[in-house]
Design a protein around this ligand. Structure first.
Ligand code: SF4
Length: 393
């Protein structure tokens, strides 16, 4: 990868635009954000717009790209003469086949694409290109959607959010959606390194981080052609040092872009010192469930994702832990049994050796089974209140 690094150092001054969306005019924000980083030649081109549609959630959840940003991008591309525009993504591995379409329809993305007269596609329905023996960090064989190789322009549109394993999940990680779904879990074994390898294969023309719904009073868009610089500036706005985010650091070391904030030219609104002070997911869990102890250090996403998804469902339905609980996943030493803890749920076959009482087997374990087991320890908030008032329900 030396040549990439040398090339980058020789030729580029990285530029990232940070634009505050004013008066709810997302189209204006999108146009500014693109123009401030030098624009993109779209005339007569085929364009792939790649949002983050990991789950069939509403945009307000902060988990998926705001469809209004996708709509503004479609309009911008049309106005600049793009010949063909496609909106595409490959949702999470943990979505059932039947929910893949929901990731486009329930999120509102299908509706804006149809309104603008462009096609939306689930990558799983199209052809893939096979890669073999790319690096020690990636699976021996994996597939990437053909669409990233057949489109002239790729516009990568992640959402500003944190991630349990990689601290942040921004432009670099959003490209994981281009992988065939069954290859995704294996990328989590060495997530930061594997995503960097994928970023050497899939090279977006432009990245636009959607932060329009993070804070209603401060809707932002962050754009850049240098994917590492875009993520570095965004993570710094979120309150993290980009040097502490492995994926960004390894991306810089591999010559994919600039990490040094002093060397990145930031264009757009004067937002000096703006910090959004995001909490890491582990801190958020501690705050929401103070009685919970998570021991999941060696677990891969096969266990982590369903555990976190159950916790987030409990949170959404206002369910609280009624007693102290420890959740254990990933390879563990026998000595864990000696640590006194009254209630422990062991999740996944990695914990089989040490598991007692509450054990959800499988690799990966079934999310429904995890939820059923954890449910024994949770109670709805109003039930707690009603009990306090002496009402038996
Ligand atoms: S049981 Fe399987 S899915 Fe769970 S942590 Fe172990 S390897 Fe990953």
């Amino acid at each position: 990868m030396k040549s990439l690094e040398e090339n980058f150092k020789k030729n580029k001054v990285s530029c990232v635009s940070v634009i505050k969306v004013k008066g709810g005019d997302i189209y204006r924000g999108v146009s500014f954000a693109i123009e401030r980083v030098g624009g993109v030649n779209l005339k007569g081109k085929s364009v792939l717009i790649k949002p983050n549609l990991v789950d069939p959630r509403l945009p307000e959840s902060g988990e998926i790209t705001n469809p209004e940003v996708v709509e503004a991008l479609i309009k911008y591309c049309k106005e600049k003469g793009a010949e063909k525009i496609v909106v595409g993504d490959g949702p999470s591995y943990y979505q059932s086949e039947t929910r893949l379409k929901d990731c486009f329809t329930k999120t509102g993305t299908a509706k804006v694409a149809e309104k603008c007269g462009v096609k939306w596609v689930i990558f799983d329905d199209l052809s893939y290109r096979k890669f073999r023996n790319v690096s020690p960090y990636t699976p021996p064989e994996f597939m990437v959607t053909d669409l990233v190789f057949t489109s002239d322009v790729i516009i990568n549109v992640p959402v500003m959010k944190t991630h349990f394993m990689s601290k942040v999940t921004l432009a670099m990680k959003n490209l994981k959606g281009t992988l065939k779904r069954e290859n995704k879990p294996k990328f989590h074994r060495n997530l930061a390194r594997a995503v960097v390898e994928l970023n050497k294969i899939v090279r977006p023309t432009l990245n636009i981080v959607d932060a329009t719904l993070v804070r209603k009073d401060f809707p932002l868009l962050i754009a850049g052609k240098d994917i590492v610089a875009t993520d570095a500036v965004t993570s710094s706005i979120m309150g993290f040092n980009p040097e502490d985010v492995e994926m960004i650091k390894f991306g810089f070391e591999e010559g994919l872009g600039e990490i040094n904030l002093d060397k990145i030219k930031v264009e757009g609104d004067d937002l000096k010192g703006i910090k959004m002070n995001f909490f890491l997911p582990s801190e958020k869990i501690k705050e929401k469930f103070p009685l919970l102890k998570l021991e999941v250090e060696n677990a891969c996403c096969g266990c982590l994702i369903p555990i976190l998804s159950c916790l987030s469902e409990f949170e959404e339905s206002k369910e609280k832990l009624k007693i102290k609980l420890r959740i254990v996943a990933g390879e563990k030493e026998e000595k864990i049994l000696k640590t006194p803890f009254p209630n422990t749920v062991f999740i996944g076959n990695c914990t089989k050796k040490v598991a007692k009482n509450f054990f959800v087997e499988g690799c990966p374990p079934d999310e429904k089974e995890i939820k059923k087991t954890l449910k024994n320890f949770f109670i709805r908030e109003e039930q707690t209140q009603d009990k306090k008032r002496g009402i038996i329900i």
